[in-house]
Design a binder for this molecule. Structure first.
Ligand code: DGI
Ligand code: FE
Ligand code: FE
Length: 198
């Protein structure tokens, strides 16, 4: 039953998500849901999975650090994770809260939520849809967002590469701690394959 996904109680989940966050963040979530649906239509993804991933991806974003720290200790996560903060925890560990509290059993959706901030070297279509939708939803406004939206009109992988490059550049500029998966994503999606001499 874990990989079965047909329909979900959007109203119930939407209410739980809304109660868990500010109005502003909830509007972001609705924007990501809408954009994820559009990308799924455009690139042949599963529309309901895209919608559910969009709706739940930031569910845990406003939880206190202590709750994440407790789960890291209790559930046997790598203790190096403690060095990172909410930016990394809310997706990676937030997916556990989504599973337990919102009773989401679709592992593909949970994985997309887990990877939505950092990406990964290997990403499914759904993972990419959520990763990009989070970056370009209509409420986003930053230099480069229009270019990211244009790429996402035609080439999802190019949008993944653009987002990854710009996120990493921003983190470096601000001397932020880089989570290893963020680098793996960069190495896989941004760096061009080495050209071998004939
Ligand atoms: O939750 P959102 O604000 O909608 O967006 P998000 O989940 O994509 O990103 C949350 C933040 O995480 C964003 O400011 C970028 C940051 N981030 C992404 N990769 C890394 C990271 N922060 C650190 N410190 N290290 C990373 O590798
Ligand atoms: Fe997020
Ligand atoms: Fe988000």
């Amino acid at each position: 039953m874990t990989n079965e996904f047909t329909s979900f109680d959007r109203e119930m989940i939407m209410q739980r998500v809304q109660m868990a966050m500010s109005e502003k963040r909830f509007l972001h979530v609705l924007g990501v849901e809408k954009t994820a649906i559009e990308l799924a239509k455009r690139f042949g993804g599963h529309i309901e999975q895209a919608a559910l991933a969009g709706l739940t991806h930031d569910y845990a974003k406003e939880r206190p650090d202590e709750e994440f720290e407790l789960v890291i200790y209790r559930d046997g996560y790598d203790l190096n994770l403690l060095k990172y903060g909410n930016a990394i925890w809310h997706g990676l560990i937030g997916a556990d809260f989504v599973e337990r509290e919102l009773k989401i059993t679709d592992q593909a959706v949970l994985q997309a939520v887990r990877l939505h901030t950092t990406g990964a070297a290997q990403m499914t279509l759904l993972d990419k849809i959520l990763y990009v939708a989070d970056y370009i939803e209509p409420g986003r406004d930053f230099p480069g967002v229009e270019e990211a939206r244009k790429l996402a009109e035609v080439d999802l992988d190019a949008a993944v590469a653009f987002e990854t490059k710009h996120t990493l550049a921003h983190l470096l500029e601000n001397e932020q701690l880089i989570y290893p998966k963020t680098l793996e994503t960069y190495n896989q999606w941004v760096v061009k394959p080495k050209q071998f001499k004939a």
